[in-house]
Every structure is written in structure tokens, then in C-alpha cells.
Design a protein around this ligand. Sequence first.
Ligand SMILES: Cc1cc2nc3c(=O)[nH]c(=O)nc-3n(C[C@H](O)[C@H](O)[C@H](O)COP(=O)(O)OP(=O)(O)OC[C@H]3O[C@@H](n4cnc5c(N)ncnc54)[C@H](O)[C@@H]3O)c2cc1C
Length: 183
Amino acid sequence: MTSQPNALIVGDGPAGLSAGLLLAKNDVDVDVFGTDQTPMHKALLLNYLGIKEITGSDFQQRARDQVADFGATLHESKVVDLNRDGDGFSIETDDGDTYSGDYIVIGTTNDAHLQALDVEMAEGVADVDRNGRTNVDDCYAVGWATRSQKIQAIISAGDGAAAALDILSDIAGEPVHDFDVVE
Ligand SMILES: Cc1cc2nc3c(=O)[nH]c(=O)nc-3n(C[C@H](O)[C@H](O)[C@H](O)COP(=O)(O)OP(=O)(O)OC[C@H]3O[C@@H](n4cnc5c(N)ncnc54)[C@H](O)[C@@H]3O)c2cc1C
């Protein structure tokens, strides 16, 4: 592992962005990939705890801005290839660029992404533990990639957050929380 661990986030819906947020906020180098083609743009959220009403598009814009403000790089590109690369991972985007990472978080519904890394499936979705860990070391799957039913934005965001905390704990070698306190 490099001195500064980095993470590749494949997918820019609530699941991927939430993982990216917690990782970037805690000083992991984060690259998020996706072209913001999430079904969130069809949604009017009336069920996201703490937000009375917001369009999915406004939610996405706020989320993207928040993740970028914490230092993550959002790439407007699609991932077309994923590979194991030593102890980490490499991906290729549709604009021909390649990136490598110590950790990878898959937050898309594209089975090919999971199959490319030999992620085990169960009932048509990635077979993960409650922190999004797959059978492949340092490879996580979150959100819609792990749930064929019970899809809600807040659940996907929670999945992403749980995966991020697990990665942060793995890096630290002890359980990590992301708590902030009022002055
Ligand atoms: C009509 C409709 C209304 C809805 N209303 C609500 C609602 O009111 N409340 C609610 O909680 N939920 C609602 N939902 C569900 C909500 O949209 C999902 O829960 C949420 O989008 C799931 O987030 P996710 O991050 O898991 O997956 P997604 O949002 O599907 O995110 C996956 C992302 O991966 C990207 N991607 C795909 N392929 C690639 C690739 N090759 N490389 C990189 N990125 C890629 C996609 O563009 C997408 O942005 C609604 C859904 C629909 C269809």
C-alpha cells in the first residue's frame, strides 16, 4: 500500500457519493467516477430523514458539491474496465484514462463491474456483509449493487457510509468513527 491510501469509487449515486464523502473527509485520496445518470433525477424526496422535501437533482448537486469540497475528485466518465492490480485495483474509463487504487467501492448496477473482479453474487446482487465487504479483499459493493429490492436513497447513502468507515478502520487498524462536535 502507498503511504497515502487511495480509493476508487465506481458510481456517483447516493451510495458512491456517500462513501466518497466519508473517505475524503478523513484524508483518503478519492476518485469518484460517473456521469450523474442516476434515477435520483426522477425522484422527489419526501422520505430522506432530516430533509423535508428536495428534488433528486438538487440532492445530487448538493451531494456532489459536498464531496468535492472535502477534496474528492469527481470524474465525468464511465468505467469500462476493472482489474485486480497487485494488492489493489486498476480501472479504465471511457476516455481512455487509467487509475489505480488501494480500495475500490462499486456503487453501480452494472453486473460486469462485479464479475470483472470475481465478486460473488447472491440472488442477482453482490454478496456483501453489512459493511459492504465482498469476498475480494479491499473491494466493497454498496447501494443498488447489493439490493434487488428495498432501494431508497437513504439506504444507499447508509451503505456507502458503512463501507467508508470499514475502509477507514482497515487503514487505521482499529475501529474508526467520524464524529464532529459543537464548539
Ligand atoms: C422514478 C423513481 C423515483 C424514486 N423516488 C425515490 C424517492 O422518492 N425516495 C427515495 O429514497 N428513493 C427514490 N428512488 C430510488 C433512488 O433513486 C435510489 O434509491 C438511488 O438512486 C440508489 O442509489 P445508488 O447510489 O445505490 O444507485 P444509483 O443512484 O443507481 O447510482 C449508480 C450510479 O452509477 C453510475 N454508473 C453506471 N454505470 C457506470 C459506469 N460504467 N461507470 C461509472 N458510473 C456508472 C450511474 O450513472 C449512477 O449515477 C426513486 C427511483 C426512481 C426510479
